[in-house]
Write a protein that binds this ligand. Structure first.
Ligand SMILES: Cc1cc2nc3c(=O)[nH]c(=O)nc-3n(C[C@H](O)[C@H](O)[C@H](O)COP(=O)(O)O)c2cc1C
Length: 345
């Protein structure tokens, strides 16, 4: 029971990512929970909205040399380099394991050419339990001097279009974008025009740590992806900007979510669901804890449906905090969907 006297269980947490209807909005983040087996020792992975698997590539991959993790203030830097067994063992072992447990699975795919992404999408057709594809386009394009797909609207669109062509229209395709761009709205629009049903926002930020003992980069790969609470304001800003421009496109938000209130920020900014990543390294139960805390936080603020909170922060404030369902109140009009140039420094 919450302070408002409403049982927390009364809150309708169901959400929609394209054609996928999920019982709740909390998912794992790609790369932070492999294919769910390790987390299943701590809670039933079927309790989550979905498990997002580590990005899988066509061929097995050893990843980058070690050391490939470094702690940073309020976050961590990793350069794992998409280590993994490749698509065949993944389809043979990991997907059946998840399906047997009744988990909903979003498979993250990664490639270094457009054709690789298309081939991965084709291999993933018809697997039970798979409710979506997340297309990790933060990878270097070997056909274009190693330029990251997610940093170029045309390259990003080519990948999304190729994946879309190979995927059933009933399976949502989510494009996972990098925050390391000048204008994330342009990249988002390009992916949607190419057929993405939703957007995952955001991947890690490119960072670097120098070890002042060895006087050299702390990571063998020199640069790495920054994640954790340090990136949360950047991630919330990306969700806000993309939701303002594309209000009907579902967003899976992530970046430094440690608590239910962190998740609520993403929802209010416009995310229909959230992924919990780095938090699981300190607390393997973080995804289910965040889910319980988010439920409480929604009810305490008068939201009896998650859907009513999605993008709520875009509504002009009137008389301070006003619970959405309180008697005698009329929901204020949504602000028009435009890019809010005044918000851009
Ligand atoms: C160790 C580690 C490995 C990751 N591997 C992947 C990956 O394989 N594919 C991907 O799209 N994102 C990957 N990510 C990025 C996360 O999915 C997520 O977008 C990012 O870490 C921000 O969320 P967080 O701060 O909650 O971790 C990885 C992140 C970490 C920390």
């Amino acid at each position: 029971m919450t302070a408002a006297g409403v049982p927390a269980a009364a809150c309708d947490l169901t959400t929609q990512l394209g054609a996928a209807r999920l019982p709740n909005p909390v998912l794992t983040a790609s790369g932070c929970a492999a294919a769910g087996q390790e987390l299943h020792r701590f809670f039933d992975v079927a309790e989550l909205g979905a498990v997002v698997t580590k990005s899988v590539m066509l061929a097995p991959r050893a990843g980058r040399p070690t050391p490939r993790m470094a702690e940073t203030p309020s976050g961590m830097l990793n350069s794992i380099g998409l280590q993994g067994p490749g698509i065949d063992p993944f389809c043979e072992h990991d997907l059946p394991w998840l399906a047997e447990r009744g988990a909903r699975t979003v498979v993250s795919i990664a490639g270094v050419t457009v054709d690789e992404y298309a081939e991965l999408a084709a291999r993933l057709r018809g697997h039970p339990g798979v409710v979506g594809l997340e297309v990790n386009i933060s990878c270097p394009n070997v056909e274009d001097r190693g330029q990251v797909f997610a940093c170029d609207p045309e390259a990003a669109a080519r990948v999304v279009a190729a994946v879309r062509r190979e995927t059933s229209p009933m399976l949502p395709v989510l494009a996972k974008l990098s925050p390391d761009v000048t204008d994330i709205v342009t990249i988002a629009g390009s992916c949607v025009d190419a057929g993405a049903d939703g957007l995952s926002l955001v991947n890690t930020l490119l960072g670097m740590v120098i070890d002042t003992g060895t006087l050299r980069p702390a990571l063998a790969g020199r640069t790495g992806g920054l994640s954790g609470p340090a990136i949360r304001p950047v991630a919330v800003r990306c969700v806000w900007q993309v939701h303002a421009a594309l209000p009907h496109i579902p967003i899976l938000g992530m970046g430094g979510i440690m608590t239910g209130l962190d998740a609520l920020q993403f929802v209010l900014a416009g995310a229909s669901a959230v992924s919990v990543g780095t938090a699981v390294f300190a607390d393997p139960r973080a995804p289910v804890r965040v889910l319980a805390e988010l439920r409480q936080a929604l009810v305490a603020r008068g939201f009896l449906r998650l859907a009513d909170a999605v993008g709520y922060a875009h509504q002009p404030a009137q008389n301070g905090l006003r619970p959405p369902g309180s008697p005698g109140t009329v929901p204020p009009a949504r602000e028009p969907a435009h890019r809010l140039p005044a918000d851009t420094p």
